[in-house]
Write a protein that binds this ligand. Structure first.
Ligand SMILES: [Zn+2]
Length: 87
């Protein structure tokens, strides 16, 4: 089931700046039980919301530095800790 854009933006707003799970957002925003959380997480990129793979906090996509070595986006703080160059 594809989530409407409006709902997706609400999920993004709910998650950014927190370390809550996609599942938390699904229950808090009452998106229903048939939501695929993996798909939802991928769709969140469309509303500028991405998880830092290291600390598990949600950020705006532009705030993360992609690291091939770590397999995803890293926030500035994690880049510091891991010695990854942050641009
Ligand atoms: Zn981080």
């Amino acid at each position: 089931m594809k989530i409407e854009r409006e709902k997706l933006e609400q999920v993004g707003e709910y998650l950014r700046g927190t370390c809550k799970s996609v599942g938390d957002a699904v229950s808090a925003l009452e998106l229903g039980e048939d939501v695929d959380e993996t798909t939802l997480e991928a769709d969140l990129l469309d509303v500028d919301t991405e998880l830092c793979v290291q600390c598990g906090w949600w950020h705006e996509v532009c705030e993360l530095e992609y690291s091939e070595q770590h397999g995803g986006g890293l926030c500035e703080q994690c880049c510091d800790e891991l010695g990854v160059e942050f641009n």
